[in-house]
Design a protein around this ligand. Structure first.
Ligand SMILES: *Cc1c(COP(=O)(O)O)cnc(C)c1O
Length: 396
């Protein structure tokens, strides 16, 4: 157990932590909601003397800081940093930790924006990378080069839900003088604390479960390494990737219900996954909470729950898979995930359409694969909608 586990704050249950922990009130009125400090700059008390260190909102802002306090309480760290987007967090991480000539190991199933960042942007700055099957620790070891600095993985990975053993990755990273960063967007620190599992840096797209209402785009980074956080704060201030006060405020409202929302996301996803698994049109369901999931044991070991994301394979052509999605009345076809609304996509024609078909097949992304972010509607209503849509499409 780390030192911070013994503080009274860590004895609070997540539901309480998300609402009360590290909460600060504004002094003028004690308004129960922390106010939106919509300001570019701050008045010097006398020349060069700043109140609480705030000088310019690219460097820091009290409302952004309130969100950072809330996220750090969930991560179990002293500090967290919030960004304009999940991609701004990842970009700041790379610019802060890497230099030309360095090499990065990426899990081969990873967010499309991360792929574009390395292929189309960081490559131009002399940063090398390899995609590795991070379910295979021998493959991970074999990919390490003398100039390898960082491993960046996503678990569960989009859209196949493949898991990476975070503790095993951390061990290999540290034995080779590398850092391990984990994109924990799908589970959040409440369902999987990657820092406790040994990772050096936890990244979130707060756009997803943390906000939970499709109202903002945002990201966060957290680490126990104070020097690393200082470095990342400096880079964020320099390149201007900090969250805006309004987005931070909206996201802060989402944090308060995160533990309660997650409970229902997990419950609903479990019910929907079990129903899908029993449907003859469904070839396979990828959900870490199902006993049929190939990495069920690893999910039990490193996750506190299976999460609200799943994917399933229909015995269908692309045309049928699209017709199925179009026939749904409750589940909305849209990018993103983790919101109160159930969201559905066909990765082969959406997030992963850039990949050649053979490469998609190798990664388990068939034409009939459907990704589903199970929302907070009644699972019975969702199931009835799926049932009707499947019947409609396959009777034609
Ligand atoms: C959405 C997402 C991102 C990028 O976050 P944005 O907030 O959209 O910039 C990164 N990783 C994962 C797993 C995501 O789902």
């Amino acid at each position: 157990m780390s030192e911070s586990d013994s503080s009274p704050e860590n004895k609070l249950q997540p539901e309480t932590l998300a609402i009360h922990s590290r909460r600060v009130y504004e002094r003028e009125s004690n308004s129960i909601l922390f106010p939106i400090h919509q300001t570019a700059t701050y008045v010097h008390e006398s020349v060069g003397v700043l109140k609480a260190g705030y000088g310019y909102s690219r460097g820091g802002n009290p409302t952004v800081n309130a969100l950072e306090q809330a996220i750090s309480a969930l991560e179990g760290t002293e500090q967290a940093l919030c960004f304009r987007s999940g991609m701004a967090a990842i970009t700041t991480m790379c610019m802060g930790l890497l230099k030309a000539g360095d090499h990065v190991i990426l899990s081969e199933v990873i967010y499309g924006g991360t792929v574009r960042l390395f292929q189309q942007v960081l490559g131009n700055f002399g940063i090398g990378y390899s995609y590795v099957d991070t379910t295979d620790m021998d493959a991970v070891r074999a990919a390490i080069r003398p100039e390898s600095k960082l491993m960046f993985v996503e678990t569960p990975a989009n859209p196949t839900m493949k898991l990476t053993d975070v503790a095993a990755m951390a061990e290999i990273a540290h034995a080779n003088g590398m850092l391990l960063a984990v994109d924990n967007t799908f589970l959040t620190p409440l369902l999987q604390n990657v820092l406790n599992l040994g990772a050096d840096l936890a990244m979130l797209s707060t756009t997803k479960y943390i906000d939970g209402h499709n109202a903002t785009i945002g990201g966060s980074l957290a680490s126990h390494d104070v020097a690393m956080m200082d470095r990342l704060r400096l880079v964020r201030k320099t390149i201007g990737t900090i969250s805006s006060p309004m987005d931070a405020w909206l996201t802060l409202q989402g944090v308060k219900t995160l533990p309660t929302r997650l409970k229902m996301h997990v419950e609903n996803a479990g019910i929907v996954a079990a129903w899908l698994e029993g449907n003859p049109r469904v070839v396979r369901v990828n959900y870490p909470g199902l006993k049929s999931f190939p990495q069920y044991a690893l999910a039990q070991k490193q996750q506190k729950a299976a999460g609200g994301m799943l994917s399933f394979e229909l015995d269908a052509t692309t045309v049928q898979a699209i017709a199925f999605i179009n026939a749904l009345k409750l589940t909305t076809c849209a990018e993103s995930l983790g919101s109160v609304e159930s969201l559905i996509t066909n990765p082969a024609t959406a997030s992963h359409c850039d990949l050649p078909k053979a490469e998609r097949a190798r990664l388990g992304i068939s034409d009939g694969l459907i990704r589903l972010s199970v929302g907070l509607e009644s699972p019975q209503d969702l199931i009835a909608d799926f049932d009707r849509a499947l019947t409609e499409v396959f009777q034609k």
